[in-house]
Design a protein. Structure first.
Length: 91
């Protein structure tokens, strides 16, 4: 059975959580780390997953699980331009 878009998004969200769990509480991950973690090929195809990873991160921002910083400060989706990081949300 083929994976649905929502199932794939959930798999990306799970990968984000797992990568963050493996790092210090204050550490962040790059979307490319997540894409490489999920991609099943051995070529550069993981690059095509960067936008879906960013979208998964924004979903996790919306539910309060992560923050997306640029230049050390959290940004909103509309403010983000260029490279981002993903870190745990500070509570």
């Amino acid at each position: 059975m083929a994976e649905t878009d929502r199932q794939f998004a959930q798999r990306l969200e799970t990968a984000i959580r797992r990568l963050l769990e493996r790092r210090a509480d204050t550490a962040s991950v790059c979307p490319s780390d997540v894409a490489r973690e999920v991609y099943e090929g051995d070529d550069q195809g993981w690059r095509e997953l960067l936008e879906p990873v960013r979208q998964a991160a924004w979903h996790l921002v919306a539910v309060g699980e992560v923050a997306v910083p640029q230049g050390g400060r959290p940004v909103t989706e509309s403010e983000a331009h260029g490279p981002i990081r993903i870190r745990r949300a500070r509570r």
